[in-house]
Design a protein around this ligand. Structure first.
Ligand SMILES: [Zn+2]
Length: 204
């Protein structure tokens, strides 16, 4: 009984923090959607199994047409076997980013909020989970030097938030905050490289 009370108190004290963070993330997502010309309903509800299968291949660094592993750590490249051009159009890029963002909203944030309630262990599990579901899908297409720089900038911030996880209330948003910052850093780095490439192509 006493334990139940304790859990209840910690959930209640965390609630305001959770509401602030979730609101912030939703507002940010709506803004992003406007930029990518997708409607909110589409983004959350639309399910296209064939498209998802292709995007899952790309996420695993495999060609969506023939399954060959992409050799380079760059977002724009050609399949060695069948010549499929990865991220050839703007739409391809948007589809991949939307696919990842959908996952971020639907799965990552709820899971991270839940993990935040488990002291220390939750934080560690959270970091491993984030690496698999939202960092690697971008990081594997980012060249080494850039990836290294991004990882190290983030490391300081993560250590800082890990310390705060032990605070009651605030602790509940430490993992979602780490998720937000990591996701943001890696997806922006990814997008920046693509845009840089496009400018190079336009010039040549
Ligand atoms: Zn291929």
């Amino acid at each position: 009984m006493e334990k139940m009370n304790l859990i209840f108190t910690s959930v209640v004290s965390a609630l305001p923090f959770i509401i602030i963070v979730v609101t912030f993330i939703v507002v940010r997502s709506v803004y992003l959607m406007k930029k990518r010309n997708t409607g909110l309903k589409d983004w959350l509800m639309k399910e296209d199994a064939a498209e998802d299968r292709r995007l899952t291949s790309i996420e695993k660094k495999k060609c969506p047409d023939c399954g060959t592993t992409f050799a380079e750590s760059v977002p724009v490249q050609k399949c060695r076997k069948c010549g499929y051009e990865l991220m050839r159009t703007h739409e391809d890029v948007d589809a991949y980013l939307n696919f990842m963002h959908k996952r971020y909203l639907r799965h990552v944030i709820p899971t991270c909020i839940f993990l935040s309630f488990i002291p220390i262990l939750g934080f560690i599990i959270g970091l491993l989970y984030l690496k698999t579901v939202i960092i690697n899908p971008f990081a594997q297409y980012i060249p080494f030097v850039r990836r290294f720089r991004t990882t190290w900038t983030l490391r300081m911030f993560v250590v800082f938030l890990a310390i705060f996880q032990i605070l009651p209330g605030f602790g509940a948003i430490s993992v979602p905050l780490v998720a937000y910052v990591k996701y943001w850093f890696f997806s922006s780095a990814y997008l920046e490289i693509i845009e840089g490439k496009r400018k190079d192509f336009a010039r040549s």
